[in-house]
Design a protein. Structure first.
Length: 150
């Protein structure tokens, strides 16, 4: 099993649900060919360096996975016939140094995912008690003399 990274750029004309369905389809292509997805990095909508098929933006997503090298041809073939993908790139991490870099990338991605999950949960937890508190009445001075006196 070798270590791979796939960056895919999905068309920006799709809705959020369609983009998520397309990413699930890409993950299914990888796993159905014997791959194991280790991490996913959702980079979001970004501006392209140059227009591709009259699109100035694209939805970027990175998959980190391990798979048998013989399956890569089939995965790339399926990516090529997918009309909703603007571009994709597959990078192989072969040497010990490259595998270490891949592991570091996976760890950083997982840390970012955990941190973003905590920030999403934290506001929901802090908003509930704030809604239960009674509103605080503040006294506003009626004249400028009261402001100067205080």
């Amino acid at each position: 099993m070798r270590h791979y990274e796939n960056l895919v750029i999905v068309k920006p004309t799709l809705t959020e649900e369609e983009i998520q369905a397309k990413l699930a389809e890409i993950a299914e292509i990888i796993t159905s060919n014997g791959g194991e997805i280790i991490a996913r990095d959702d980079m979001g909508m970004r501006k392209l360096a140059y227009p591709i098929d009259k699109n100035a933006r694209g939805y970027y997503h990175v998959f980190y996975y391990t798979i048998d090298p013989a399956s890569i041809m089939e995965i790339e073939r399926r990516f090529r016939i997918n009309e909703e993908l603007l571009r994709f790139v597959t990078m192989k991490f072969d040497t010990k140094r490259e595998v270490k870099a891949w592991t570091d990338l996976v760890e950083a991605t997982n840390k970012r995912a955990k941190a973003s999950a905590k920030t999403v949960e934290a506001p929901a937890a802090t908003e509930a008690p704030a809604a239960e508190e009674a509103p605080v009445a503040t006294e506003v001075p009626a004249t400028t003399e009261e402001v100067v006196a205080s």
